[in-house]
Design a protein around this ligand. Structure first.
Ligand code: NAG
Ligand code: NAG
Ligand code: NAG
Ligand code: NAG
Ligand code: NAG
Ligand code: NAG
Length: 341
């Protein structure tokens, strides 16, 4: 499975709009003969005998899973239920891919997913879960519940998952109270995607290992003082489409050296927030900014002190090219893209 792992890594390390990386990679599958004890409905490539592909087959039920399978692909079917005992032959399953089915939480019977003690990837996007399934694994490295109906994530659910690097929870109904304590102590966590939920605050207690935090399309009104100082590795922060106003942005809260990309577009800011020289991409389009305050971008301008900003978007504000102070070019000397309209 190395090609897949490297795709994920590229996503994590790279610019990472990679919501939909190719996990349904089939090594010259389909045309290959299937190994003899494979479920009839599925395909188990002989050159990759630990994988069983049952995706895109209009399945209503999970087929029998023979001993030895470690990677199980069930995406794009019509599965509604996960019955007790379905995984009894494969309690060492490592990947379980259930995206795009019709599974509700009340139809996940005990003695199914909760028996999988070695699970590393649980991909459950585009189903109808209103609460996460019970897990007994501590070895998860990635969990995806995009586009379900989750309102809470119990605080113990993910605890002790030391290898968990990516949590995808976009497009649910999670509230700030509903996720309180859920991400505590996850020491390998790099990506947390909580966009398109119902959060009023940024998530608390997130691990210092985090590289990417996506909380766009929520109802967040402010950033607590010192929040980013506790996330010394954070490079990408997406806060667009929230309810941020100047009163919710304490002085210097974004002035941290790790941040490369800060997206504050589609909010209610009236001024350009103070940023650090190291920031490379600042998105402020569609706010209510009417003044170009250069000191918030460059406190000092000198041959060695200048902003690393490469792109700055200010369109959809009350600003034009002429709002820029005369010394802006010496501060923004790396900017190849400054957009006013
Ligand atoms: C377990 O494997 C055996 C033999 O391959 C098969 O007959 C049985 O149906 C499997 N059980 C389940 C729950 O998949
Ligand atoms: C999904 O499940 C619901 C009941 O939970 C059912 O009404 C609906 O028809 C199912 N959709 C599909 C595509 O099977
Ligand atoms: C994390 O991954 C390492 C290396 O693959 C493994 O040895 C360890 O058991 C895993 N930790 C957990 C909690 O599963
Ligand atoms: C950011 O913080 C540094 C020191 O931590 C300070 O020297 C600098 O003036 C601050 N930048 C802005 C734009 O206020
Ligand atoms: C910016 O200027 C200050 C004061 O002159 C200096 O201490 C600092 O090291 C400079 N920053 C960089 C990145 O050179
Ligand atoms: C927009 O900017 C102009 C020129 O700076 C200023 O006169 C005007 O009051 C601003 N309008 C608003 C709504 O802030």
């Amino acid at each position: 499975m190395f090609p897949l792992r490297s795709v994920l890594l590229v996503c994590l390390v790279g610019l990472c709009i990679c919501q939909y990386y190719e996990y349904d990679y089939e090594p010259a599958a389909q045309s290959m003969p299937s190994s003899p004890n494979c479920a009839l409905e599925c395909n188990c490539p002989i050159n990759f005998p630990s994988a069983m592909y049952c995706d895109n087959r209009n399945l209503k039920n999970i087929p029998f899973v023979p001993t030895g399978i470690q990677y199980l692909y069930l995406q794009n079917n019509l599965i509604e239920e996960i019955k007790t005992g379905v995984f009894d032959n494969v309690t060492n399953l490592r990947w379980l891919v259930l995206d795009h089915n019709n599974i509700t939480s009340d139809k996940i019977q005990s003695g199914s997913i909760d028996k999988l003690g070695k699970l590393e990837k649980l991909l459950f996007s585009h189903n109808k879960l209103n609460k996460p399934p019970t897990l007994s694994t501590k070895s998860l490295d990635e969990v995806k519940f995009i586009a379900n109906q989750l309102t809470t994530l119990p605080s113990g659910l993910l605890s002790g998952m030391d290898n968990l690097t990516a949590i995808h929870l976009a497009r649910n109904k999670l509230t700030s109270d509903g996720i309180a304590g859920a991400f505590k102590g996850l020491k390998s966590l790099m990506l947390l995607d909580l966009s398109e939920n119902k959060l009023k605050k940024l998530p608390a207690g997130v691990s210092a290992s985090l590289l990417m935090l996506y909380v766009d399309h929520n109802d967040i009104e402010g950033v607590p003082n010192g929040y980013l100082a506790k996330l010394p590795a954070l490079q990408y922060l997406r806060l667009s489409h929230n309810k941020l106003a100047d009163s919710g942005i304490p002085a210097g809260v974004f002035n941290v050296t790790s941040l490369l990309e800060l997206d504050l577009s589609f909010n209610k800011l009236q001024s350009i927030p103070e940023i650090n020289e190291a920031l490379e991409h600042l998105y402020l389009q569609v706010n209510q900014i009417s003044k170009f305050e250069l000191p918030n971008i460059c406190k000092i301008i000198s041959p060695v002190n200048y902003s690393r900003l490469k792109s700055l978007r200010l369109d959809g504000n009350n600003l034009t090219q002429h709002s820029m102070p005369d010394d802006a070019p010496s501060c923004l000397r790396q900017a190849s893209e400054i957009i006013f309209d």
